[in-house]
Structure formats: C-alpha cells, structure tokens
Design a protein around this ligand. Structure first.
Ligand SMILES: Cc1cc2nc3c(=O)[nH]c(=O)nc-3n(C[C@H](O)[C@H](O)[C@H](O)COP(=O)(O)OP(=O)(O)OC[C@H]3O[C@@H](n4cnc5c(N)ncnc54)[C@H](O)[C@@H]3O)c2cc1C
Length: 490
C-alpha cells in the first residue's frame, strides 16, 4: 500500500513537494488554513480585476523546469521574460531608469551619471558570477545533516571570496560604482531579501548576476496565480486531496514518531510522513511547543521587514508605467537605516508598483488597470498599530500621481489593503515579517531551521522558512531537498 503523506500548507513549497511525492506514488493529502491554495503566492479576484497578492515575478525558471522533469510533466504554466526588468525613479526627478538586461542599453541609462558604467558593471557582474558559480551547488542546493558538515562544505568554496564575507552588500557595490544613482539602483535587490543593502552580506550580490545575466525575471501569463492553479490541476490528476479552512494547532505522537496532527476543530489527520510548509520556526514554537522556538526566543531572532501592500483597480490606462516600478526617495542611507524599525520612515515611504494588467489584459476590465503597491514597513515587533494605514496609502497615491503626472485618486474603483497584521493572521507569518527569518549568516544553511524535525523522524519541513531561503525558486529547491530526505526515510 502506498505511504500516506500529510502536507500542512499549500504554499509553493508544499505544492511542489506534493507533486514530487505524488508522482512517485505516495498518497498525498493537504491541509490548509485558508480557503484557497497558494500561501503568499495568492490572488485577489474582484469586480473584473485580478491581483497577485505577493510575488509578482520570479527568477531562475530552470528550477521549475527541473521540478517538472523530476515529476515527468511539462511546466504547466506559461511565462514571459520581462524586459526591462524594472524601472526606477528618484523623488523630484523626471528621469525613469530602465533596467535592461542588455548591457549597452543599460549603460545608456547612466550616461552623464556614472562614467564608464559599462566597464564598472561588467567587473561587478564578473565578481557576482564567480560568487554564484562557486557557491550555488555547495551552499544552496544541498542538505546539511549538521553544522560541522555545513561548515566543511563552506570550506570547499574558493577562499578568494573570503573578503566578501566581511562586507555588506552596500560596501561591495560602493567599491565598484561612484554615483549615488548606480549604487542605489544596483543595491536595490537586497530589499528583495526583506532587509536592506546595509545589513545584507555582500555574498548576496550574486543575486545581481542572477537578475541581470543568468536568469532574468519572468511574469506568468494570466498572473502569477496561474502557477498555483496549474500545480493544483497536476496534483488533482494524481488523486491528491485538499482540505481547506483546516488549521493545524496540535499533534499526537508515539515514541519518536508523529502519529497525527490535530486541527483547530479537533479533527485528526493521520499519516506515515508529515511535511510542514508553515513557517518552520514559529510552527515548532506554536504547535510543537519547542522551548528553542518559544516567543521570547523567536523575538531575539532576526526577522525581515513587514509589507504594507494594497491593491487598486483604476478605470483608466497608465501607459507611462511599466510592469515593475520602484519609486525611491532622496535619503537612501537614512531610509535604509530606519525602515526596519522606525515608523517615521512612513512619512516619506519608498514603494514598488506592479501593473499586472500591463501584460495580462484579462486582469482588468477594458480601459482599466490593476495596480499592486508594496511598501516596506517595520514588522509587528517594531510597529503594532496600523490604524494609520489609510493615511500612508493616501500619501503614496498622491506621490505616485505626481510622479506619473496623472492623478489617479479619482479613478479608483476598487481597493483592498494588507497590513503586516493581515499577513500575520492570514498566512501565520511571525510578526507579519513578509519573508520570514532574515538571511544573515547565522540564519542560513545549517543555521536556518532544519528541514527535518529534531524529535520526530517522520516529520519534515519545506518552504522559504527552512533551507535554502526566501523566494519562489528557493521554495522549489526546498521541495527537492525535503523530498530527498523523505525518500531516504521511507
Ligand atoms: C509582498 C510579497 C512580495 C513577494 N514578492 C516575491 C516575488 O516577486 N518573487 C519571489 O520569488 N518571491 C516573492 N515573495 C516571497 C515568496 O512569496 C515566498 O518566498 C514564497 O511564496 C514562500 O512560499 P512557502 O511555500 O515557503 O510559504 P507560504 O507561501 O507562506 O505557504 C505556507 C502555507 O501554510 C499555511 N499555513 C500556515 N500555518 C498553518 C497551519 N498551522 N495549518 C495549516 N496551514 C497553515 C499558510 O496559510 C500558507 O498557505 C514575496 C513575498 C511577499 C510577502
């Protein structure tokens, strides 16, 4: 008889693991606290508008290809490469920087701003590519059984990269570029890890290589949620069952094995193998009641920033805005120092706007646009009261209207908002930290919450909260690493 696997959570990590295991003959059952699958990779659909709730693009498409190959299927969704990758505008300036992958077109953006940009950028990217190529297989796509084996594998990395480990992302970028514009734009990607270039290690400059050269960014036809819809379709073909509005709050065990999870309504969920896609740190604390993950311990860990996200339907077209757009202020260093902890930064917020309807006509009614705003904010450890959310949103809409030279405030026909409280309550994200635990050196690799349980030999973890880390491709890699452990166990 096939082994029964219960997966808690239908985020991308959970769905990919389910697909890997179901395609190998396991009987897979999902339980999910929400009404629909996807976790942070979710969707709002209302009044003819469709919005991506969290991720609005992905990189490293070959990770999805590998997942599909491993499961004997074709990638079940269509994706389109973005070019430009995104635009950047600084407050008070009419100039819009277009971030092209083509180095000549990219360099043109910095004419008169950063002399010899092309040479400097080539040298920077060369270093980033070496960092990527020398670490990806050793540190990212590996299971580690212990801290010594992890440290041993790090020793295999070319020692010439050691000085990089002692620098911040910002310091590394500064050593290649002189202008504030080039420094800020090139270091912006550190924010994608939920921290700032000032407190992110320079090793992550490898992301610049991934973004500009190796992989680029992709939008999914029909919106990002097509990833979830198509994976759920594939899973349904394999007889996988989904149980929504089922939140796991307790457990039963015998000796060193978990025997069942218990949901909020007292329902028992038995299985041979259990996979947790909920946050690997806070689940260990809140459900398994592990002391090492009790709230006072969790609060001492380093968490990523929160996000104030809002979703706006407007009854007008905005041809002047690209698919991904960053709107920055003029105090990058001060802002970066304060954004994680000081609500005062919200008086002049930096923000990102995604126009999903730009490439997906179906995502907005004719003549309309679906806009998704993301504003980095302190998480709930540093800002508890969100009664000011509408004031912040009004100021962002006014600023956006000024910068695109079109007042959209009168054209809003739909609006909904997620504060860090909503992110916390809806997806069980600890303190509403959008990307969970941060990626500092003591919270990655073997130091990150493990993908196998410390006590129960039949329980595993998958997703951004365990190895290797945040982001959609990482969740897919994580499913491979967790599945490898499960296959060894059974
Ligand atoms: C605003 C925002 C924008 C982002 N943009 C991008 C982007 O553009 N590109 C990119 O690559 N990444 C992006 N990310 C990161 C990306 O969303 C995550 O890294 C990824 O989706 C995490 O997937 P996961 O499977 O690890 O977890 P999740 O998506 O968090 O899924 C976990 C699931 O478990 C469920 N769950 C939790 N607790 C329980 C319980 N006790 N019982 C039952 N179910 C439970 C949750 O409801 C959820 O469905 C973004 C994140 C945010 C917040």
């Amino acid at each position: 008889m096939s082994k029964r696997v219960l997966i808690v959570g239908t985020g991308l990590g959970g769905l990919s693991t389910g697909l890997r295991l179901a395609s190998k003959g396991f009987k897979v059952i999902f339980v999910e606290k929400n009404k629909q699958p996807g976790g942070r990779l979710n969707q709002i659909k209302k009044d003819g508008f469709t919005f991506d709730v969290g991720p609005s693009f992905f990189s490293m498409p070959y990770e999805f290809e590998e997942l599909a190959n491993d499961c004997g299927i074709k990638i079940p969704f269509e994706f389109i490469e973005l070019d430009p990758l995104y635009t950047v505008n600084f407050s008070g300036s009419d100039k819009m920087f277009f971030l092209y992958k083509d180095i000549d077109k990219l360099s043109e953006q910095f004419n008169g701003i950063e002399p010899n940009f092309k040479e400097k950028f080539s040298a920077y990217i060369k270093k980033c590519s070496e960092l990527y190529n020398d670490t990806v297989d050793v540190a990212i796509k590996q299971n580690f059984n212990s801290i010594p084996t992890y440290l041993w594998s790090l020793l295999q990395v070319n020692p010439k990269h050691l000085p990089v480990l002692l620098k911040s992302f910002w310091q590394q970028v500064n050593s290649f570029f002189d202008s504030k514009e080039a420094r800020q734009i090139v270091s912006l990607i550190a924010f994608f890890l939920g921290r700032t270039p000032f407190d992110t290690n320079a090793i992550y400059t490898l992301l610049s290589y991934i973004e500009f050269v190796h992989a680029g960014y992709y939008n999914v036809k029909g919106g990002m949620y097509a990833i979830v819809d198509s994976l759920v379709d594939e899973l349904s073909k394999l007889d996988v069952s989904f149980n929504y509005e089922t939140e796991i709050t307790d457990f039963k065990y015998s000796k060193n094995k978990l025997t069942s999870f218990v949901d909020k309504n007292g329902g028992y969920w038995e299985a041979d193998v259990f996979v947790v896609n909920a946050d690997a740190a806070s689940f260990r604390g809140s459900v398994f009641k592990r002391k090492q993950f009790a709230p006072y311990k969790l609060n001492k860990m380093s968490w990523t920033m929160g996000y104030l996200t809002f979703y706006i339907g407007v009854n007008v077209k905005l041809p002047q805005v690209e698919h991904h757009n960053y709107f920055l202020g003029n105090n990058y260093e001060e802002y970066s120092r304060d954004v994680m902890k000081t609500p005062g930064t919200l008086e002049k917020p930096y923000y990102y706007v995604n126009v999903v309807s730009k490439h997906n006509n179906d995502c907005a009614p004719d003549g309309c646009e679906a806009l998704f705003f993301v504003c980095p904010v302190p998480n709930l450890l540093y800002k508890h009261d969100w009664t000011d959310k509408n004031d912040i949103i009004t100021s962002i809409i006014a600023d956006f209207s000024e910068r695109i030279k079109q007042d959209i405030s009168k054209n809003i026909v739909f609006q909904t908002v997620y504060t860090p409280e909503d992110w916390q309550n809806q997806f069980n994200l600890y303190k509403g930290a959008g990307l969970g635990l941060s990626h500092n050196m003591l919270q990655i690799g073997a130091f990150r919450p493990k993908n196998f349980d410390e006590k129960f030999i039949n329980t595993f973890y998958v997703g951004a909260s365990t190895i290797p880390g945040a982001g959609l491709p990482m969740a897919v890699i994580s499913s491979k690493l967790a599945s490898e452990r499960i296959m060894k166990y059974v």
